[in-house]
Design a protein around this ligand. Structure first.
Ligand code: B3K
Ligand code: ZN
Length: 872
C-alpha cells in the first residue's frame, strides 16, 4: 500500500546524466563535537543546454549561509526541503559557497561525520556525503577535493584524502591541516579523520619508482596489533603490480582503525577507514580466521584504488562493477597468499549458504539491481560474492591471458571515468573476441539456476553422453527467466580412478569447460571404453545448483578419486546431507550414518596425501543454514538435531582414528603460516567430533585451554565445550572473561560463544549481557557479535517454538531503528526468511515483522526489507 510515508523507489531505467558538473570542491571543517561548521566552496558548470535549477542533496543539515559567486543569495532564489537545496536562475559557470552546521556527537547512524570513541571520522558511501554538506551526491560527479580541517589540539592527527599541503597551530589550543587530492573523485570517496592515535609507519617503492609512505593509525596502546595489517598492505601492493600491472598513484596511503563502524572497511582515496576488527591482531587475541580476514580486507580496500576509485560506478545500480570485481581480486590474492583450494571452498560456502538463500528470499535481486529504495541494503552477498562469481566465470571462459588483456583494455578506456557493468563486459569481449551476449544475462537476471544432468553410455559407439537442462526458478523480484550461459567444468573418471581424456568424435581433445547456454543441451565424449563416473561443476565453475542422480557408491568414489577439492568436498557434503534429509523424512530425531560414509570419513582422517586444511573443510558436517537452503520447507529444530546427531555418530564410530590423528597434529609456537593454520583447523574439527560423540576420548580440555599460546585453539576448545555442553564450559568462559574483560574487541568472541549456546537459558543470558559493561547497542561489532550471531547461527534457541528468540531479535531491531538503521536492516535478515519454516514458526515470524512495519518513523532501510518479506 502506498501511503504518505512510503519511501520512493529509484530505478535504473530512470538514470539521467547529471545536469551540472562540479570541477573543484574546497571544504573547510571547523570541528566541534556537537557543532561542526562545514564551509563548502564548489565550482559548478551547467552540463548541456537547459534551464533546470541546481538541486543539491542534503540531509539533517542546518543551513547557515549560501552564496553564489561570493554574493549572499536572496531567499527567493533557493528552496530547502528535508533532502534537497534547490537553486534557480543560475549562469553557465558559477561558484557556490554553502555553510552548514552538523552535530557529529548526535550521529549514531555512523554515516556522514560522526564520533568513534572521541575521534571524528566519516563514512560517505553510499549516500552519506549529503549528511556533511549540500552536494551532487552521486558517483558520476567527479571533482578535485581540497580539505582544510581545524580542531582542538587533543585531536593530534587531522587527516583527509590525498597529500598534506599545510599544517599549523592556531590560538586557543587549536590547530589545522590542509589536504589536496589531485585525482578527481566522487564524493562517496571523501574521508576525514581527526583524533588521537598511535601511528605505525612503513614505506613501499612501486614498480614505477614512487616511494609511498604507509601510515596505519590505531587506538593508543594497540601498536603491536597493527604490524600484521601493515605487512599485508605491502603484500597487496606487490601482488597488484605483479598480477595486474597496477601500481599505487599517490605518495601516501593511510589506514585508520576505528571501533565504531557499520561494515568492514572503506576504500576512501588515500585514506582507508577500517573497522578495528579488520586491522588489529596478535596471536593471543586473534584467530587464524581473523588473520585471514584482515589480509583479505586490507587487500580488498587496496585493490579498490583501481577497481572502484580510478574507474568508478556511473550510478549505484552498477555497484557490482567495483564490488564483484574487487572481491574477485581479493579472493585471487588470498588464494595466492595461502591455499587456493581451501580459499575456494570457503568462497563456495558463502555462495551456497548465504547467496542462494538471498536468491530464494524476499530480497532476491540481480548482481545489478534494477530498483532500490535504500542503497545501503544492496551491499549484499549477491552484489559482492555472486558478483565475484560472475567475474570468475568470465575469467574461466576467457582464460587468464585474455582476461588480463580485458582488464588492461578496461583501464585504458575508462581510467578516470564513472562507467557501467556493460562497459566492463564490452572491454572483456573486445579484448578476447569471445561473444558474451548471452552471458550478460547474469547481470540482469536474479535467482539460482538449477542444472539437472543425466547420462547415458553407448558401448558400441564408445560414447558417453551428458544431457543437461537448466531452469531458473521464479524469484521474489522476477517471474520471467531465460537460460544462462553456464561454464560447466567437468571431468570423467574410469573405475580405477584415472581421469579420462575428453575426446570428440574425431579424437580431438575437447575443453573440460562445457559452454552450456540453452535450456537443454547434450554433450558427447568418445573413445570411452566403459561407463565413467562424472565429476560435475568442477571447482564450482558457476553459481548454480547441480542435480545428478549419484549413488552413495558414486559419491564415495568421488570423495576418494576426484582431483578437485570442490568435487571431493561436495561429494561428502551430499552424502551427509542426504543422510540427514532421509532421517528427517522418516520423522527421526537421530540417525546412524552408513558404513560407506563412515569409511569415506575414516580414509580422510587417516590420509596424509591431502593438506589438513582441505581435509578439515571436507569433513565439516553441513551447517543447519546450509541444510535449510536445500529444502523449501523444513522443521528446523529437527534438522538441527539430526545435524548434531551426524557429528555425534562420526565421533562415536571413529573415536580411535580421530584420537590417533589428533596426536599427530602438534603445531609449534604460534605462527600464522599455512602449514600451522591447516593443522589447527583439522584439530578443531576433530576435537568437536570427539566432544560430540566420545567425550571420554577428549584430551583434558581445561589443561589444553590453559596451555595453548593462541586464540585459534582456545576458541575452538571453547566452541566445542559450549556446543556440546561439556562440564568445563563455565570454567573456560570465566577464564576467558578474566583475561579479556578490558578489551571489547576480544570480548566479541566471548559474546558470540554465548549467543551460540544451544542450551535453554541462552536467551536470558543474552538479555543479561545487554547490561554487561563491554556491551553497547551503539557499537555495531557488539550488536553483531551477540544478537547477529544468535539470530543467524543458533537454530535451537533463535527458532524456539515459543517464539522467544524472534521476540528478542524484534526488540533489538526496534531499538536500532532510530539508533542505527543500517545495522537494524542487517540483523533482521533471519526473520525475513520465514518462508522456509513450518507453519507455526511462519506465523510467529510474520507477527514480528508486522510489529516492525507498524513502527512510527520506520527507517527506509527496514521498510524496504520488511515490506518485501511480508509481501511474499
Ligand atoms: N565500499 C565499502 C562498503 C560501503 C558500504 C556502504 N553501506 C567497503 C567495500 O566494499 O570495500
Ligand atoms: Zn569493496
Amino acid at each position: 500500500m502506498k501511503t504518505e510515508q512510503t519511501p520512493t523507489v529509484k530505478r535504473l531505467v530512470d538514470y539521467r546524466p547529471p545536469n551540472f558538473t562540479i570541477s573543484t570542491v574546497e571544504l573547510d571543517f571547523v570541528l566541534d563535537e556537537s557543532k561542526a561548521i562545514v564551509t563548502n566552496r564548489m565550482q559548478v558548470s551547467r552540463a548541456g543546454r537547459h534551464n533546470e535549477p541546481l538541486v543539491l542533496d542534503g540531509e539533517g543539515l542546518t543551513l547557515v549561509s549560501l552564496a553564489i559567486d561570493g554574493q549572499p543569495l536572496p531567499a527567493e532564489r533557493f528552496q530547502c526541503s528535508d533532502t534537497t537545496l534547490t537553486i534557480s536562475s543560475l549562469p553557465e559557470c558559477f561558484e557556490v559557497t554553502v555553510v552548514t552546521e552538523i552535530d557529529p556527537k548526535a550521529n549514531t547512524s555512523l554515516e556522514g561525520l560522526y564520533l568513534s570513541e572521541g575521534s571524528y571520522c566519516t563514512q560517505c558511501e553510499a549516500e552519506g556525503f549529503r549528511k556533511i554538506t549540500y552536494y551532487l551526491d552521486r558517483p558520476d560527479v567527479l571533482a578535485v577535493f581540497t580539505t582544510r580541517i581545524e580542531a582542538d589540539e587533543k585531536c593530534s592527527y587531522l587527516l583527509s584524502n590525498g597529500n598534506k599541503t599545510e599544517e599549523g597551530r592556531l590560538p586557543d589550543g587549536r590547530h589545522y591541516a590542509s589536504w589536496h587530492d589531485p585525482h578527481p573523485k566522487p564524493c562517496y570517496l571523501f574521508a576525514l579523520v581527526a583524533g588521537e592515535f598511535d601511528l605505525l609507519c612503513d614505506s613501499y617503492r612501486t614498480t614505477e619508482g614512487r616511494d609511498v609512505a604507509l601510515q596505519l593509525f590505531v587506538d593508543k596502546g594497540n601498536k603491536p596489533r597493527g604490524e600484521f595489517a601493515l605487512a599485508a598492505l605491502k603484500r597487496s601492493m606487490a601482488w597488484d603490480e605483479q598480477r595486474f600491472g597496477l601500481a599505487y598513484d599517490l605518495d601516501i596511503y593511510m589506514v585508520v582503525a576505528v571501533d565504531f563502524f557499520n561494515m568492514g572497511a572503506m576504500e576512501n582515496k588515500g585514506l582507508n577507514v577500517f573497522n578495528s576488527k579488520y586491522v588489529l591482531a596478535e596471536p593471543q587475541s586473534a584467530t587464524d580466521t581473523d588473520y585471514h580476514n584482515i589480509e583479505a580486507v586490507i587487500g580488498h580496500e587496496y585493490f579498490h584504488n583501481w577497481t572502484g576509485n580510478r574507474v568508478t560506478c556511473r550510478d549505484w545500480f552498477q555497484l557490482s562493477l567495483k564490488e564483484g570485481l574487487t572481491v574477485f581480486r581479493d579472493q585471487e590474492f588470498s588464494a595466492d597468499m595461502g591455499s587456493p583450494a581451501v580459499n575456494r571452498l570457503q568462497n563456495v560456502r558463502v555462495i551456497q549458504t548465504q547467496q542462494f538463500a538471498e536468491d530464494a528470499g524476499p530480497m532476491a535481486h540481480p548482481i545489478r539491481p534494477a530498483q532500490v529504495i535504500e542503497m545501503n541494503n544492496f551491499y549484499t552477498v549477491t552484489v559482492y560474492n555472486k558478483g565475484s562469481e560472475v567475474i570468475r566465470m568470465i575469467h574461466t571462459l576467457l582464460g587468464e591471458a585474455s582476461f588480463r588483456k580485458g582488464m588492461d583494455l578496461y583501464f585504458q578506456r575508462h581510467d578516470g571515468q564513472a562507467v557501467t557493468c556493460d562497459d566492463f563486459v564490452l572491454a572483456m569481449e573486445d579484448a578476447s573476441g569471445i561473444d558474451l551476449t548471452t552471458f550478460r544475462r547474469w547481470y540482469s537476471q536474479s535467482g539460482t539456476p538449477e542444472v539437472t544432468v543425466t547420462d547415458s553410455y553407448d558401448e558400441v559407439r564408445e560414447c558417453y553422453t551428458l544431457n543437461c537442462t537448466q531452469v531458473t526458478p521464479t524469484t521474489a523480484d522476477q517471474t520471467e527467466k531465460a537460460p544462462q550461459h553456464i561454464p560447466l567444468a567437468i571431468a570423467l573418471y574410469a573405475d580405477n580412478g584415472e581421469e579420462l581424456p575428453l575426446n570428440d568424435q574425431v579424437g580431438e581433445l575437447q575443453h573440460s569447460v562445457l559452454d552450456f547456454k540453452q535450456t537443454a543441451q547434450t554433450f558427447e565424449f568418445f573413445g570411452i571404453k566403459q561407463k565413467p563416473t562424472p565429476a560435475l561443476l568442477v571447482n564450482f565453475s558457476a553459481p548454480v545448483k547441480l542435480h545428478f542422480d549419484y549413488t552413495e557408491a558414486d559419491l564415495a568414489f568421488l570423495v576418494k578419486h576426484a582431483s578437485d577439492a570442490y568435487v571431493k568436498w561436495s561429494a561428502l557434503q551430499s552424502l551427509l546431507s542426504e543422510a540427514i534429509f532421509a532421517a528427517e523424512q522418516k520423522g527421526l530425531d537421530s540417525l546412524v550414518l552408513s558404513d560407506v560414509i563412515i569409511a569415506a570419513c575414516e580414509a580422510l582422517i587417516k590420509t596424509t596425501q591431502l593438506d589438513e586444511a582441505i581435509v578439515a573443510e571436507i569433513l565439516s558436517v553441513p551447517s543447519v543454514a546450509t541444510l535449510i537452503e536445500q529444502r523449501s520447507f523444513s522443521d528446523i529444530s529437527r534438522l538441527a538435531m539430526l545435524r548434531d546427531s551426524a557429528v555425534r555418530c562420526l565421533g562415536e564410530r571413529l573415536s580411535e582414528v580421530i584420537s590417533a590423528r589428533l596426536a599427530t597434529l602438534r603445531p609449534g609456537p604460534y605462527q600464522y603460516a599455512a602449514k600451522d593454520v591447516a593443522q589447527r583447523s583439522l584439530s578443531g574439527v576433530l576435537i568437536s567430533y570427539l566432544a560430540a560423540g566420545a567425550p571420554t576420548h577428549l584430551p583434558d580440555i581445561v589443561e589444553r585451554f590453559n596451555r595453548v599460546d593462541n586464540m585459534t585453539e582456545k576458541l575452538a576448545l571453547l566452541a566445542a565445550a559450549n556446543h556440546w555442553q561439556l562440564s568445563c564450559k563455565e570454567r573456560l568462559l570465566s577464564s576467558y572473561e578474566a583475561a579479556w574483560k578490558h578489551d571489547p574487541l576480544v570480548m566479541d568472541k566471548w559474546l558470540s560463544i554465548q549467543a551460540l549456546s544451544p542450551a535453554d537459558g541462552a536467551i536470558s543470558t543474552i538479555r543479561r549481557l545487554f547490561d554487561y559493561e563491554v556491551f553497547s547497542f551503539s557499537n555495531p561489532n557488539r550488536v553483531r557479535a551477540l544478537v547477529g550471531t544468535f539470530a543467524a547461527s543458533n537454530p535451537y534457541q533463535f527458532h524456539r517454538i515459543d517464539g522467544e528468540g524472534y521476540k528478542l531479535l524484534t526488540e533489538v531491531v526496534i531499538k536500532l531503528n532510530k539508533l542505527n538503521p543500517q545495522v537494524a536492516a542487517r540483523i533482521i535478515t533471519p526473520l525475513t526468511q520465514w518462508k522456509k519454516m513450518d507453519v507455526t514458526r511462519q506465523g510467529l515470524m510474520k507477527g514480528c515483522l508486522q510489529e516492525v512495519l507498524a513502527l512510527p518513523e520506520l527507517s527506509k532501510d527496514l521498510f524496504e526489507i520488511v515490506d518485501k518479506s511480508l509481501a511474499q
